[in-house]
Design a protein around this ligand. Structure first.
Ligand code: NAD
Length: 261
């Protein structure tokens, strides 16, 4: 019998999947939302995994209002309450300014990364209120704080999310709902698999990230857990950057070298 519940979007892979594992391990009932039905089905059923009574999959596109409605209703129907929403689904992809279809791609990135978060907040707030309040954590990005070559659409969407979280926090504080973001830096997930094999980027990680490594999805799940938990009871409207020091370093002055780089 679970006593708390969470909705997690982008739950099948990477950071969202790590959140499913962490929240389930800590006793939460989980509504796991993702577009990818096949991978969603691998969240439960194996030895050591939570059972289907604790992690409930929902196939849906976060940019569609019916997904927001369905995830909030499912949490209520299966667990009787909702305490936390982790609005994590996001897409990226560098995009030359002159590329054919660039504006349509921009629209899609904003539909998932910005509209999807708006829909998520609007959908879960009434259910969180019905549970006496709660916490929403949005996955932004260090790319919302700085620009990256060719990543203008993603950078713009994540910057929008960071400021939206501030505004949303103001509007919902009196309802006992805290709203925060995490801003991961470069993280080892399927989203970045292609980039991790790029030798130039691998060398740049050593030169530009003070901790000189990629982050892991479980490290962001831990930051999300903190923001969602009562330990962060006076924290709202903020973005917790977890990027190994990347955005603390302006980059013009080289970092101290380490022998392995
Ligand atoms: N990996 C990184 O380096 C990194 C860095 C900063 C921020 N982020 C952010 O973290 C979040 C998670 O990224 P990740 O690295 O775990 O990526 P990922 O690709 O491993 O997982 C993202 C999941 O979201 C799902 N998804 C995509 N569009 C969706 C939609 N419209 N509706 C429902 N589900 C959808 C995908 O199917 C996938 O399972 C994203 O918001 C991303 O922008 C990632």
């Amino acid at each position: 019998m679970v006593t708390s519940s969470v909705v997690i979007t982008g739950a099948a892979s990477g950071i969202g999947r790590a959140c499913v594992e962490l929240f389930a391990a800590r006793g939460f009932g989980v509504v796991a939302v993702d577009l990818d039905e096949a991978v969603l089905s691998t969240l439960t059923g194996q030895p050591g995994q939570p059972g289907p009574e604790q992690v409930v999959p929902l196939v849906g596109d976060v940019s569609r209002e019916e997904t927001g409605t369905a995830m909030a209703q499912l949490a209520l129907a299966r667990f009787g309450r909702l305490d936390v929403a982790v609005l994590n689904a996001g897409i990226g992809g560098t995009l030359p300014w002159e590329a054919a279809g660039a504006v349509e791609r921009l629209d899609r990135i904003f539909a998932v990364n910005v509209r999807g978060v708006v829909i998520g907040i609007r959908s879960v707030v009434p259910v969180l209120r019905g549970s006496g309040g709660g916490s929403i954590v949005v996955t932004a990005s260090s790319g919302g704080l700085q620009g990256e070559p060719g990543n203008w659409a993603y950078n713009a969407s994540k910057a929008a999310v960071i400021n939206m979280v501030r505004a949303a926090a103001l509007d919902h504080a009196v309802q006992n709902i805290r709203i925060n973001a995490v801003a991961p830096g470069l993280t080892e997930t399927p989203l970045t698999a292609r980039h991790r094999t790029d030798p130039e980027l691998a060398a740049a990680v050593g030169r530009r990230i003070p901790m000189q490594r990629w982050g892991y999805a479980r490290e962001h799940a831990a930051a999300i857990w903190f923001l969602a938990s009562p330990e962060a009871s006076y924290v709202t409207g903020t973005t917790l950057v977890a990027d190994g020091g990347l955005t603390a370093h302006h980059g013009a002055v080289p970092l101290p070298a380490r022998p392995e780089f």
